[in-house]
Design a protein around this ligand. Structure first.
Ligand code: FAQ
Length: 311
């Protein structure tokens, strides 16, 4: 019966066994995973927009080629993740529909505008940096297809982070205006990057169950702390200042203390009221509609092929 199945399921999780698509799993596990993996996928795909905005204005052919490759990788990450979600018995159409209606979220950070070339640096360094801290932990998530997707994504993401850091490093070696541009960008992206880890553990509705099922392996606050600790030294190394007067080393904790996040801003952005929410979704809708003929052509090709096979 259900109880025995559930106990056996939890025993496997506790034993560090991976759960695979055809294995029995509680409905709530399936639902929670579909939620998290699809929102992760939407983040990758919507995350292409702030950087896509700068491809035509990259300062050199080399930077353009690198940025183009990075944005393309993000499309790839989205696809691995949609595929992982589909193994749980939901269709791509349903997932995209949830993005369009606002039923499914995507990372709040992508609702902030990319205003200068330096933002390509800050996004790579901070946004990919935060994403990696979270995704390294998710390599050990209990659902097999998600965990395996994370391994590959992390490899690509670490290149993304370095390319962002390199952009900022180059600007910081430049003239006064370039250094200012880099600092301004870090000032705007620092706090939203901390918000990527989600609400405090005490306010995180899904964390308890997700930790028991090992969908999440480390808590929102733990991962956020890790990110702060690693970023302070990286900022110092190239002469950037992190915009937080409360940031200081705490000898007792062995970590950096930092100021309080503006949670009102966080909740307002995830409720749809950030600078770019409406544009981001409208742009995705338009691209999706304009690509309808490709999906139709694929379907037509596929049905011709299967007709030929059965003939
Ligand atoms: N933005 O109970 P919790 C990338 C929502 S990486 C928006 O703590 P959970 C790479 C949350 O969904 C970025 N919404 O939730 C890239 C929930 O609402 P719901 C993507 C947020 O799931 C880099 C509610 O608040 N990475 O894109 C956010 O246990 C550069 C309550 O929160 C992932 O998605 C937020 N920041 O923990 C691409 C990683 N935080 O669903 C381009 C996988 C929370 O009930 C350029 N996901 N919410 O309506 C996770 O690890 C988790 O889902 C968390 C949230 C940690 C994000």
């Amino acid at each position: 019966d259900e109880k025995t199945l559930e106990a056996e399921f939890q025993r496997r999780i506790d034993n560090e066994e991976k759960i695979e698509p055809k294995d029995w799993m509680p409905q709530a596990y399936r639902k929670n995973l579909i939620r998290q993996i699809s929102q992760h996928a939407h983040s990758e795909v919507i995350g292409m927009q702030p950087e896509g905005n700068w491809i035509t204005r990259a300062p050199s052919l080399h930077r353009k080629a690198v940025l183009l490759a990075k944005v393309q990788d993000e499309a790839g990450h989205g696809l691995y993740l949609y595929s992982a979600a589909e193994t749980l018995g939901i269709s791509r159409e349903e997932l995209i529909d949830a993005l369009h209606t606002g039923a499914a979220k995507y990372a709040s950070i992508f609702n902030y505008p990319s205003l200068s070339w330096a933002d390509m640096g800050a996004i790579g360094w901070l946004v990919d940096g935060a994403a990696i801290v979270n995704q390294v932990s998710l390599q050990r998530t209990s659902y097999g297809p998600y965990a395996r997707g994370m391994v590959r994504i992390c490899k690509e993401e670490s290149f993304h982070q370095r390319q962002g850091y390199h952009i900022l490093m180059t600007l910081m070696e430049g003239d006064e205006r370039q250094r200012k541009m880099a600092q301004d960008s870090v000032n705007r992206f620092w706090w939203p990057s901390l918000m990527m880890f989600g609400p405090h553990d005490s306010d995180s509705q899904h964390s308890g169950q997700s930790m028991t099922w090992k969908i999440k392996r480390q808590s929102n606050d733990e991962l956020r702390q890790k990110f702060v600790d690693q970023s302070v030294e990286q900022a110092e190394a190239i002469g950037l200042t992190l915009p937080d007067p409360d940031l200081r080393w705490n000898e007792d904790r062995g970590h950096y203390d930092f100021g309080e996040i503006d949670w009102e801003e966080f909740y307002s952005v995830i409720a749809g009221n950030g600078h770019c929410n409406r544009d981001r979704v409208a742009h995705h809708r338009r691209a999706h509609d304009e690509g309808a003929w490709v999906r139709e052509a694929l379907d037509a090709y596929e049905s011709k092929r299967s007709a030929a096979r059965t003939a």
